[in-house]
Design a binder for this molecule. Sequence first.
Ligand code: 2PG
Ligand code: MG
Length: 429
Amino acid sequence: MTTIVSVEANWVLDSRSSPTVEATVTLADGRSSFAQAPSGASTGSHESWERRDGDPDRFGGRGVSGAVDVVRDEVSSALSGMDVTDQAAVDRALVDLDGTENRSRLGANTMVAVSAACARAGAMARGVALWEHLAGERRPSLPLPMVNLFSGNLHASGGMSIQDVLIVPFGAGDESTAIEWAHDIYCAARAILAERGASTLVGDEGGFGAPSPSSEAAIALAVEAIVRARRAPGEEVAIALDVAATHMLQHDGSYLLDGNALSADDLVETFVAWADRFPIVSIEDPLGEDDWTGWGRAAARLDPTVQLLGDDLICTHVDRLERAAALGCANAVLVKANQIGTLTEALAVADRARALGMRAVVSARSGETEDDWLSDLAVASGAGQIKVGSVARSERLAKYNRLLRIARGHGAPPWSGANGFDRALGPQG
Ligand code: 2PG
Ligand code: MG
């Protein structure tokens, strides 16, 4: 009774009020499961294609009726009759049906919604948790969260140039303690902002819109919030940055950091100075998506214990991951399923990173829904790290709360722990 009989889709709204694809898979026994696609704002140009209607009269061009139609007209018949518990075969069928390099026929948003809905139905049919179903032969683990505290650039209507300042509660002994510490620090940051008369309005991922246009001031404020929450910066909680430098690039190749145009080399030296002053363990997209030379410079100048995390650089594509590994310019990959198309391919990128001696961080998008399949994907991958935004806004909390439920459930996988960040910083930070 694990046979797929139909796949349907429809539009629902995401956390930015954009339409997004919801796919529903129905099995021969009449049971069904659904899943929803996330959507990015600071997207990389090497991401797989996101299918939007482009009709300015409906949803400002962001409608997904084409995606809905293609599920009804093509995907449903292609998948019907298949065994839903064979996720690899289902995802291969989707990839084959699309038949293009960048998913320009079905759209990666269509594919990821169908892929996740099938995964959920497969888990249901087998009577196991989604993370267990997806894990296969992998060793699942409960991931260390990287939690958004301050937001800028495309996620908070301007403000500071770097996109996110995040906290990493690497000293926590388990998932729930990590999330509790994140809560304490988030509330401490809100109290500090309120005391200073600064806005406590939040950006797309629940982080506070940075109070000053200075990225460095936001990092200093994050450290202050850690201390206010009675945690030791560098000993218990560290800082991570998502620079999203692709979106700071100017036409002349310079990077605009808080009003100053910097060369790639000068930008790297800024990060070296920040890493000296602050307990920074991870820097995502320090340079632009095609600035392989600049990335190489960052790898050469920064302490090798700093996690150099490729988002726009790699876009969850194995070939770009291999290139980054060969050049030694990144030591970690951000894994976003809708940057590629299917859950199987996203897991394969995390697997390949591990085989190459690199780390992987499973990530949400800035546009999300109440769907929580991402938490199961992160646990199943055994990647050890997850990034889903701040500990506010229900589309973020759906993921954290799912992690808490998995952690508290029967047969919970082990806590991934500090991911080596403790060794990176030492007792003084
Ligand atoms: C990122 C993501 C999530 P977006 O840059 O890492 O924070 O943003 O989904 O807008 O690409
Ligand atoms: Mg990013």
